[in-house]
Design a protein around this ligand. Sequence first.
Ligand code: GLC
Length: 533
Amino acid sequence: MIYQIYPRSFADASGDGIGDLAGITARLDSLAALGVDAIWLSPFYTSPQKDAGYDVADFTDVDPLFGTLADFDRMLERAHDLGLRVIVDIVPNHTSDAHAWFQAARASAPGSPERARYIVRDGRGPEGELPPNNWESVFGGPAWTRLDTTDGSPGQWYLHLFDSSQPDLDWTNEEVRAEFDRILRFWLDRGVDGFRVDVAHGLAKHPDLPDFVISEDIDSMGAAQMGHPAWAQQGVHEIWRRWRSVVDEYDGDRILTAEAWVEPLSEMAAWVRPDEMHQAFNFPYLMTPWDADAVRTVIDDSLAAFASVGAPSTWVLSNHDVIRHPSRLALTVPSPQGHGIGPDSPGLPDPAVAQMRGRAATLLMLALPGSAYLFQGEELGLPEVLDIPADRREDPTFHRTGGERYGRDGCRVPLPWEADAPAFGFSPSGESWLPQPGWWGEYARDRQEGDRESSLELYRAALAARREHGLASASLSWETTDGDVLIARVGDVMVVCNLSTSPVDLPAGEVIAASERLDDSLPPNAAAWLLTT
Ligand code: GLC
């Protein structure tokens, strides 16, 4: 099981209100105690932080906000001592506009080698005053921004699939490819166990950069736009084969895992063929609503698709880009990925239903064979935070859409560790880069430790049982293939998840984990694991 640390919001040792590497090191034992196998760290590299560090200005250094390379080494050593593997995020689709390469591209003439590292084109219209095509940024607004003129010629435009501070690299350029080989080796030499590859479905663009004939809003990192000439182009596979050969030069089990918003699952499986990446995030699973047929189908499709290429299936419910899953699974009006929810959103979740569904969904997920990914704070049962004042929101999505989309800040609020400490134990100074709600202390880790009914102890028990019963490498068979109650056998464990609206009788057997207190029946929005004879 791989646990995502979002460094800005995990633990702040320096007291500036932004989490850091020293804070992570100090808290790693709590992750080992939870039963984590590996941690994945979102970016901590030198960055102006326009997209919370996914705008990287130097891929081989640590931003002073997070510490130093020496702090990184200490964190890595401590993790390895605790038996935790460490995966770092790598962001190859774009750089920050503060990266030395982009500064040079800005200052250089059209057609120069400096500009050729990015996707820079003349505009359309008599004076080049219109963007080269009609693509839109994932964060809203146009995907092109015009450069200032350097020599009197009309300014060219650069492509940014995300914020205008994140210019896209041109991966047809060998210099770009060679630079990333160097960056991979830099971190592998330091001892990391692998990479989570950001926007892995975006690096190769259609060579003609044609207009996209829009059939749907851009709303999901490309998933809703299969056929879009910016996303999921076949050219990416050659890049992953190259990266795989770099990673394979190193000893140990080092892995590449793809953030690829690709549908259908059969297409995503191409990302994890034996000579490409090891794993890919299962976003179709994450996007599945609370509906028994849909959940059963996505589980079957996932197991079949990944098995067809010999890769483990993966499972994920939450990350730093989506509404935390308890809240998301209880929305009565769906919210497109990345748009987020706030106090004025339609169909807001009933908190009690959200909590139950969140726990049940987790217990179902942790029974499934393959590799599960958790996002920091989900073990505390955290819901999405809705009431963040506009002037404290930082996600570029919020600002690029004039507040029309709330964006992703609601899942990124710094963690509560101790109910009665400043900033709930996140920071010794009481500072917190996003405001923590007053009720955050109810979810604090120290309140949950040892409480058998807490979310933390549910996660801990389920992870221990997952390991003890070898569920990650077991096979799954359904006991029922229709109806609103999912019943499956995974190895010697039977998992039952009630997505109906009434209680159901539990099969006979010993209950080894349950998302709710049980009598003889399993309530709606609940799940249990049993040992049957
Ligand atoms: C990925 C990250 C997201 C970021 C985007 C641009 O999707 O997960 O947080 O904003 O890439 O780098």
